[in-house]
Write a protein that binds this ligand. Structure first.
Ligand code: F6R
Length: 243
């Protein structure tokens, strides 16, 4: 596991976007695994800038997002599909049909989950997966628990995650309690992974992740120790408890 410590959020975002841009330039058919949340917004902004100012080309790129709230359709401003359209897809030359976000309104949740993993595999697998991390160490919606799913499945959000995500909703009651989420195994199938973390709120999780190579379902991100090509890109605040 490689660790890059950047001065602040902007520098972290710049580093992550350079990482992604390099991949996209090397292989115009790259399959990207994408995350939502506050962390990657700066990275996406920088990719948009590179597209507009440096002609970074996304025309043959495919994407698969990690997760989506169950019950929200893509037009809901809090859905992850809406987030991705607003924060990235609408501003670059990606083909909408090449972008995949789990369907929160599917009538066949289990069938959808199974099919999502199949679709990723059939596309050739994710080349570069971008991850954030929860303050409790979750990745995607794989929350600390006794057991964790390998494959894409239905995830119940913990109290902590519901509280953290409430900032995006008018009231906490509106935060969906269930999501579709790629499993730990689905994530680990990516050829390369970058995990981004910024701010003091992530310092504890980063400390737990980096101070031991043990794998535990109580710290879902720890499964990244099993992967041969992971780069953790953090700002100094997220790294502050390592000093
Ligand atoms: C989002 C996702 C989540 C977030 C995590 C951190 O697609 O899978 O695991 O990466 O909750 O969220 P932020 O970046 O808002 O702190």
């Amino acid at each position: 596991m490689k660790v890059l410590v950047e001065k602040n959020y902007d520098e972290m975002s710049k580093k992550a976007s350079e990482f992604i841009a390099k991949e996209v330039k090397n292989n115009p058919n790259t399959i990207l695994g994408l995350a939502t949340g506050s962390t990657p917004i700066g990275t996406y902004k920088e990719l948009i800038r590179m597209h507009k100012e440096e002609n970074l080309d996304f025309s043959n790129i495919k994407t698969f997002n990690l997760d989506e709230y169950v019950g929200l359709d893509g037009n809901h401003p809090n859905s992850y599909r809406y987030f991705m359209d607003e924060e990235l897809f609408n501003h670059i030359n990606i083909k909408k049909e090449n972008t995949n976000v789990p369907d929160g309104k599917t009538e066949d949740l289990l069938g959808f989950c199974k099919d999502y993993d199949n679709r990723i595999n059939e596309a050739g697998g994710v080349d570069l997966q971008i991850l954030g991390i929860g303050s409790n160490g979750h990745i995607a919606f794989n929350e600390p628990a006794e057991e964790l799913p390998s494959n894409t499945s239905i995830a119940k959000l913990t109290e902590e995650t519901i509280n953290a995500n409430a900032r995006f909703f008018d009231s906490i009651d509106e935060v969906p309690k269930v999501a579709i989420s790629m499993g730990i195994g689905s994530i680990l199938k990516a050829k390369k992974i970058i995990l981004l973390a910024n701010g003091k709120g992530k310092a504890e999780a980063i400390k737990k992740l980096l101070s031991s190579d043990k794998v535990s379902t109580r710290l879902p991100a720890s499964f990244l120790h099993l992967h041969p090509d992971v780069t953790i890109i953090v700002d100094e605040d997220a790294y502050s408890l390592m000093k």
